[in-house]
Design a protein. Structure first.
Ligand SMILES: Cc1cc2nc3c(=O)[nH]c(=O)nc-3n(C[C@H](O)[C@H](O)[C@H](O)COP(=O)(O)OP(=O)(O)OC[C@H]3O[C@@H](n4cnc5c(N)ncnc54)[C@H](O)[C@@H]3O)c2cc1C
Length: 222
């Protein structure tokens, strides 16, 4: 089924990432962490659906997305900054393997954090125990919703960036030594989302640390 969404607000959250707020059709139900395929209702783009994750909670009145724009792809996300109020997008029924399995360790690279925005907002609303977020980016400026993560009492966040930065940042990669330092319990849910190579690497590293593959929640194809 196709749902028609109308843009109500668009704002910049990092130099190349945008938060978009839409009306929520009454029959658009989803689980925290799920995605939909969006197609911009403009000439030449209507048949170009791309998957994006709802970052609002399933109980919120509006629908929110956080979308990274890639101008050099010459594809759909290059059009995101050009969208304006009342522009429309079509959304498919929601899908996706990343859903809420309770507090755990959330490991994200770049825009791969989007499913965790919805899940961790939901867990906060429900008063769940504290979760751990390990979030890697190129630079500090690329950290999506950094202030929100700092303000969430149910999230213990670690930001990892490529180059040395502020005192609340770690430098380097999400590698075995970092994971061994930060993770004290292997019998809990591990959520991973980000570029393909990162997901595979982190999954293998967690396995070598004794994390059961059944405990890993992830999605292919980012
Ligand atoms: C389930 C799921 C949920 C997702 N949720 C989100 C989300 O919430 N937010 C978000 O920001 N992203 C999300 N993504 C990723 C998002 O779908 C892609 O970034 C998006 O599809 C890219 O669309 P595009 O049209 O800009 O580029 P593409 O469809 O990747 O590519 C368009 C063209 O650009 C070319 N191209 C591809 N890569 C490059 C490159 N590196 N350099 C130059 N040219 C290139 C290709 O040849 C292609 O023809 C999600 C992905 C999945 C699978």
């Amino acid at each position: 089924m196709t749902h028609m969404l109308t843009l109500q607000e668009i704002e910049t959250v990092t130099p190349d990432t945008y938060r978009l707020t839409f009306n929520r059709p009454a029959d658009f139900e989803f689980e925290a962490g799920q995605a939909t395929e969006l197609s911009i209702q403009k000439t030449g783009l209507k048949d170009e659906g791309r998957p994006f994750t709802m970052t609002s909670r399933p109980t919120d009145k509006h629908l929110e997305f956080v979308i990274k724009s890639y101008p050099d792809h010459n594809g759909v996300t290059a059009e995101i900054p050009k969208l304006g109020m009342t522009d429309q997008v079509a959304a498919t029924d929601p899908f996706g393997a990343i859903t809420d399995h309770g507090p755990g360790v959330f490991i994200a690279g770049g825009a791969g954090v989007t499913p965790f925005i919805s899940i961790l907002r939901k867990q906060q609303q429900e008063g769940e125990a504290q979760a751990q977020l390990i979030f890697a980016n190129k630079t500090e400026d690329d950290i999506i919703l950094k202030d929100m993560w700092h303000s969430m009492p149910n999230v213990a966040e670690t930001f990892v960036v490529d180059e040395p930065g502020g005192s609340d940042l770690r430098t380097g990669q999400i590698d075995k030594s970092l994971l061994q330092e930060l993770i004290t319990e292997t019998a809990q849910p591990f959520y991973i989302c980000g570029p393909g190579g990162m997901v595979d690497d982190v999954r293998k590293t967690l396995g070598s640390m004794g994390v059961d593959d059944q405990q890993i929640i992830t999605e292919d194809g980012w």
